[in-house]
Design a protein around this ligand. Structure first.
Ligand code: PFF
Length: 455
């Protein structure tokens, strides 16, 4: 059967689309990366720069993905084939490959969050930071990790296999409100802890000196985070917008999605820091260790910490699930649209392949880094960059025309949007790509070469 004969699914409601996009955006990026970045890179001063980037870079770039998706009503490969002249049509492939690779290790990390939920309920957390770290190293790789990676992938497959309305839309209508309610609840709890005052000071007081001294590393970090947290450069927003039927106001939807994502990221900081300060744990410990080591150790120190910790890790697992289904949908929509495969077969086949690709990441942390750095700092930025160049420089009229559907005449705002994409967004992504390639090279010749030597 050719792809044209298959009736394409659509979101049942506007809220369904918005929740699905919020569910994708709110993930591990918000929960460990954001608060720790703010804490380390100058507190409220970094927060201001980040917000500026969300508005100047993230928002215009999100609208680019939205218009491409809604105009073509296709998966990223089909969409780019339709609008991209010559070799540009292959850019869609980058998105599908990025989704495939990111999901393979994201699922492993999501498996850890399931493990840490069970850990709290079963044995509680270890208060000693050294022991907590040893425990994390033990749980993060090996058979346990592979098993939980499988469990998480099965959940992702089950939701995506059911379809857009009864699968993804229904799931996010439960998951997203749950994430919001629990996060706000945990922040209120955290406000009652004795370390809350000091924690707010650390998190929210501007350190202009840090910004002045380290702006070269802070600016690309803030820009990269703005892109990652909004799920841009992965084809997710193209795919989700391709299921939009009527003419909605895409700018308004984008603003709501961005508002939720930013609010959840900000509130997570109001949870994490009071807990760390109350338990006397140093907050200057970023990365994967931040929630699985420092925060877990802090839970080990608090009254009822096992319960609060289990609720926290379960929420992270839900946030990861609502993000993971969006990436799976990118790849599945390609198989349905372009190869004419039915949804259930496509989801099972692709889900199985992603599970296999994730096994090395569940086997060794260095291999997880190998996939993560490549997908996150190179593939994702490259896909995003090529798309914004194509749309803003050679398809500007089509893009403005599509954005106006559901809004009306944008007047000079239309070209303001295109110019924001043409220069600031492109420049920021170019710089991020260059830095990402350098970083990857250093990783390959450093930690990875060392790891290979040990094998
Ligand atoms: N916006 C997501 C986050 O902040 O975690 C990024 C993402 C990662 C989306 C992995 C989907 C995914 F599977």
């Amino acid at each position: 059967m050719s792809s044209v004969d298959i009736p394409r699914e659509q979101w049942a409601t506007r809220v369904g689309f918005i929740f699905a996009a919020v569910g994708s955006a709110v993930g591990l990026g918000n929960i460990w990366r954001f608060p720790f970045q703010v804490g380390q890179e100058g507190g409220a001063a970094f927060l201001l720069i980040y917000l500026l980037f969300i508005l100047l870079i993230g928002f215009p770039a999100m609208l680019v993905e939205f218009v491409v998706g809604r105009r073509t009503e296709r998966n990223p490969v089909g969409a780019l084939k339709q609008i991209g002249p010559g070799a540009w049509q292959y850019v869609g492939w980058i998105f599908v490959v990025t989704g495939f690779v990111i999901l393979s290790y994201y699922s492993v990390v999501a498996g850890w969050t399931i493990r840490y939920t069970i850990l709290g309920l079963q044995d509680g957390y270890l208060a000693d930071a050294g022991e907590a770290e040893a425990q994390f190293v033990e749980l993060a790789s090996g058979l346990d990790a592979i098993f939980l990676h499988a469990v998480f992938m099965i959940a992702v497959i089950a939701i995506v296999a059911i379809g857009i309305q009864r699968g993804i839309e229904l799931a996010v209508k439960v998951m997203v409100p749950a994430i919001i309610i629990i996060t706000v609840g945990l922040a209120i709890y955290a406000a009652t802890l004795e370390g809350a005052g000091d924690a707010y000071g650390y998190y929210l007081s501007p350190e202009w000196g840090t910004i002045a001294a380290e702006w070269q590393s802070i600016l690309p970090a803030a820009a990269g985070q703005a892109f990652f947290t909004l799920s841009l450069g992965m084809g997710v927003m193209i795919t989700y917008a391709s299921y939009l039927g009527e003419d909605r106001n895409l700018a308004e939807d984008g603003a709501i999605i961005i508002g939720f994502d930013t609010a959840i990221a900000f509130i997570t900081g109001l949870i994490v820091f009071p807990i760390l300060f109350t338990a006397g744990v140093d907050p200057a410990d970023p990365g994967a260790g931040a929630i699985f080591v420092s925060l877990a150790a802090a839970f080990g120190d608090l009254t009822l910490g096992w319960l609060i910790g289990a609720v926290f890790f379960a929420t992270v697992a839900i946030a990861a699930l609502s993000s993971a289904i969006s990436l799976m949908e990118v790849v599945v929509s390609y198989a349905i649209d372009e190869l004419g495969i039915d949804r259930v077969t496509a989801t099972l086949g692709i889900g199985g392949a992603i599970f296999l690709l994730g096994i090395p990441s569940a086997y060794d942390l260095v291999l997880l880094d190998l996939f993560d750095l490549f997908a996150d700092q190179i593939l994702l930025v490259l896909g995003g960059l090529l798309l914004v160049i194509l749309v803003s420089w050679s398809l500007a009229n089509l893009a403005i025309d599509e954005l106006q559907r559901g809004i009306g005449d944008l007047g000079p705002l239309g070209s303001a949007w295109i110019w924001a994409v043409r220069v600031p967004v492109v420049v920021v992504l170019l710089v991020a790509l260059a830095l990402g390639i350098l970083d990857y090279y250093e990783f390959l010749t450093g930690p990875f070469a060392e790891w290979l030597g040990e094998q």
